[in-house]
Design a protein around this ligand. Structure first.
Ligand SMILES: [Zn+2]
Ligand SMILES: [Zn+2]
Length: 420
């Protein structure tokens, strides 16, 4: 449900190579048909990470398509999935809770044991991300009983309806949500709507890792956010890197692009910062009804008084010394589309992106560190200038609010072209 029909293992592997992603989740392992496909196509390379083999043949899969020739690595899969826990807290009479979690497992045997234990809580065959009628605390209890090496990471934690910190059906702390298992939650995933700096001020995250993943529902979105782990290339290495925040950097969206960043009323054309809504008594200055509060407001509510500050350095945003730096990117096809004044889904954009991948190695290479001359050579001056502007944070930001997506544009793009 809600994913591209083209999103199979081959498409994912090819997209990972094109993007420059070396490890990705095989996803949706509780779904019976997808589980069968994982069993047929993925081979444990001995490390708890998996490589893709061609259908009904035993040879290693060589990625094809744009970027394959310049691939400097073989993409590996990790067994992981997303779960949607829905329950009342306390049971029956209590407040409705909905929380999305990521779950990683070391081997297929563990996956099958998890499936057997989850089965009573929901229809596993109805969706790749199953809805389980169980609290996150009880789910954690089951998961760690099956295998202590499993890892649970709350997903897109600030989303109003499905984040563990969400304003609508989440919690004020991981302690409150996971209770006796809270210590086993080593990391949170920021989602598209927040970046690490926004999370640094939350006291209980001081000793937890802050990670970012794609949450891709189509191949084009693989690697739109990512974490660069410093890890042994094994399952245990991945889990250890999560537990110790052994991270070189994370790759983020501009959180202002999210559709619930600031507070406001879309119908009234009112957009306010958390400070402005507080000054207005948390009500809309036009219609006087309560405002729709954004992620930033919720984060400020759960943060300690001192907000961490950040500064850019070679395109990296750095905060406290104890925290990995991060960088904010705009997807390559969005930049190319804006510079050329044609739609993101056009053949022109696909061709230029493919040329950049061929020349630079991958989309992330093109966005992050390819020499500007190389980009100019295949994509022209405008695209090169736009990539450079995003690298150094020279962008115009129009934050989202009350369901309206925000916009981020490099300062170099002439408005006549973007208006086309
Ligand atoms: Zn989710
Ligand atoms: Zn209003």
């Amino acid at each position: 449900m809600a994913t591209s029909r083209a999103l199979d293992l081959d498409t994912l592997a090819a997209a990972a190579v094109r993007k420059g992603v070396r490890l990705l989740s095989a996803a949706d392992f509780t779904h019976p048909e997808w589980r069968r496909e994982l069993g047929d196509r993925l081979i444990d390379d001995g490390s708890g990470l998996f490589r893709l083999v061609p259908e009904s043949r035993g040879e290693s899969h060589e990625p094809t398509g744009p970027g394959a020739g310049t691939a400097r690595f073989a993409t590996r899969f990790v067994l992981g999935t997303e779960l949607s826990c829905v329950w009342r807290d306390p049971p029956i009479t209590g407040r409705g809770r909905r929380v999305h979690l990521l779950l990683f497992a070391p081997d297929i045997k563990t996956v099958d044991a998890l499936i057997a234990r989850f089965d009573p809580f929901g229809a596993l065959g109805s969706d790749g991300r199953p809805l389980l009628k169980v609290s996150v605390r009880d789910l954690a209890d089951i998961v760690f009983d099956v295998d202590e090496r499993c890892e649970i990471i709350p997903a897109h934690v600030w989303t109003p309806w499905f984040g563990v910190y969400g304003s609508k059906s989440g919690f004020d702390s991981l302690e409150e949500a996971f209770r006796d298992h809270a210590d086993r939650i080593h990391a949170i995933e920021t989602g598209l709507s927040s970046d690490p700096a926004m999370n640094w001020g939350v006291p209980e995250l001081a000793n937890r890792a802050i990670v970012s993943f794609s949450d891709a529902h189509s191949a084009a979105n693989v690697g739109r956010e990512a974490t660069v782990f410093e890890m042994e290339p094994t399952y245990d290495g991945l889990v250890a890197a999560v537990a110790t925040e052994s991270i070189a950097e994370t790759i983020e969206f501009f959180p202002e692009q999210g559709k619930y960043h600031l507070d406001g009323h879309r119908a009234c054309g009112v957009r306010l910062t958390p400070a402005e809504s507080a000054a207005n008594g948390r009500r809309c200055p036009v219609c006087n009804r309560p405002l729709t509060f954004g992620v930033l407001n919720r984060i400020e509510f759960l943060s300690s008084a001192t907000q961490s500050w950040s500064t850019t350095d070679g395109g990296l945003v750095r905060g406290p010394a104890s925290r990995p730096p991060y960088r904010r990117l705009v997807p390559l096809r969005d930049l190319v589309s804006a510079c050329l004044g044609v739609g993101v889904g056009t053949k022109t954009v696909a061709r230029v992106v493919a040329d950049l991948v061929e020349r630079c190695g991958s989309e992330l290479d093109a966005l992050i560190d390819s020499p500007v001359e190389a980009i100019e050579e295949v994509a022209g001056d405008a695209v090169a200038a736009a990539i450079l502007a995003v690298r150094y944070g020279e962008v115009k930001i129009d934050p989202g609010y009350d369901g309206l997506y925000g916009k981020v544009a490099p300062l170099t793009i002439p408005s006549a072209k973007t208006a086309k």
